[in-house]
Design a protein around this ligand. Structure first.
Ligand code: GLA
Length: 388
């Protein structure tokens, strides 16, 4: 986690010398259940021990926000009443959360904010959700008497992505960042929003991320395209079955998907095919975890990678290569993590194979792509909180 004193020293330097309150929110991993959240399915995330830390203080103005991104050394001031909002992409998360809080009736006025992070950007570890939930945690404390519920914070984060950042994401990332608990993964049913904590301490195994450093970028079309494909299939199924209620792919069966295959076309069909399979895989992984059967967990992870790469088409050459290296090294399970288009693989590896796998992956990946993958050992940490 980022050192509080580091953030504080920058906050003091860039504003009027006064200190504020400090808040932190984590990024996340996801064991399995990818692109299922906006399809009403299940996800299996956990918060990590890396995230975003912000110092914030009410500045006494009606609606001027003075914001400093410490890592980028970038300062942006803007007014909450400006309908366009700031241009800098990082500042749009602050603007978006503040606007969404105002919609909830929280009387947000001017404030100062400086923040820094240690969750890698564009690595599929949800640095953006970490920002949203961190800023929301701060605004809830400064202006909302901490009355905004955790779920409303999650939804304000998601609405920020939809309304101000151009990503039609689901709720997994913001959920994990807000509700995370040290040592636990969480199985969330994204339709009912019910969830359970699963203590995760796989005896004899390690969970490690390999960051390809191919920057994943969800803003723009490819992520939203996938979502549109899923929605097209649901619409086609609904039209064929007017008696039923089909809101997301969660409500659809394999048979119904097959019925609309010709009509929706191969691309949408294949994408939806992945989603139905992924829904079943999350449930199979839960059963396997409860039985302590990590080999089955791993096998499902490999199946997910195949689906994300060949059916959902959100992989890239580097991630497929990292997956091949995992297989070659006898790793139990490996797959792309998060939205895709770059970022990390998540690997479940037997402790006795760990060193050899990491050394081999570094050496071979560097020989092919000119740089080593970044190795991130997963520590499952707590969700959003006020630090001081
Ligand atoms: C991104 C989105 C999430 C989810 C994942 C894929 O991280 O923000 O809502 O859809 O991709 O599982």
């Amino acid at each position: 986690m980022i050192d509080i004193e580091f953030v504080r020293s920058r906050f003091i330097k860039h504003f009027d010398g006064k200190t504020g309150n400090v808040y932190t929110s984590p990024g996340r991993i996801n064991l399995i259940g990818e692109h299922t959240d906006y399809n009403g399915g299940f996800v299996f995330p956990g918060a990590v021990d890396k995230g975003i830390t912000a110092e914030m203080r009410v500045n006494g103005t009606e609606d001027t926000v003075m914001a400093y991104a410490i890592d980028l050394k970038d300062r942006v001031d803007f007014k909450l009443s400006d309908p366009a909002g700031p241009k800098a992409s990082w500042a749009r998360y602050i603007y978006g959360i503040a606007k969404e809080f105002q919609k909830l009736g929280v009387p947000v006025k001017g404030f100062n904010i400086a923040f820094a992070g240690d969750v890698p950007l564009g690595a599929g570890m949800s640095s953006s959700a970490a920002m949203e939930s961190c800023f929301a945690c701060g605004l809830n404390d400064l202006f909302g008497e901490n009355k905004v519920s955790q779920w409303d914070i999650v939804l304000a984060g998601q609405a920020t992505e939809h309304n101000y950042c151009g990503v039609n994401c689901g709720i997994m990332d913001q959920f994990a960042s807000v509700f995370g608990k040290a040592g636990c993964l969480m199985r969330l049913d994204c339709r009912s929003r019910e969830f359970e904590y699963f203590p995760f301490k796989p005896d004899g195994y390690r969970l490690v991320l390999l960051n390809s450093k191919v920057k994943h970028e969800l803003a723009g079309s490819p992520y939203n395209d996938r979502r549109n494909s899923c929605e097209n299939v649901v619409k086609a199924i609904q039209a064929k079955h007017p008696e039923g209620k089909f809101e997301t792919l969660r409500d659809c069966t394999w048979e119904q998907l097959d019925e609309v295959r010709a009509e929706v076309g191969e691309e949408d069909y294949t994408r939806a095919h992945f989603v139905l399979g992924e829904k079943d895989r999350v449930l199979a992984v839960c059963d396997a975890l409860l039985a302590g059967d990590y080999e089955t967990v791993g096998q499902k992870m490999f199946e997910t990678h195949y689906g994300l790469s060949k059916e959902y088409e959100v992989s890239c050459e580097e991630l497929d290569y990292l997956n091949d290296l995992a297989k070659e090294n006898g790793v139990t399970g490996s797959r792309i993590m998060g939205g895709g288009f770059g970022g990390c693989t998540i690997n479940l590896v037997r402790a006795d194979l760990y060193q050899k796998f990491i050394a081999d992956a570094k050496q071979k990946f560097a020989a092919k792509y000119g740089h080593e993958p970044e190795v991130i050992d997963v520590v499952i940490g707590d969700g959003s909180r006020k630090l001081c």
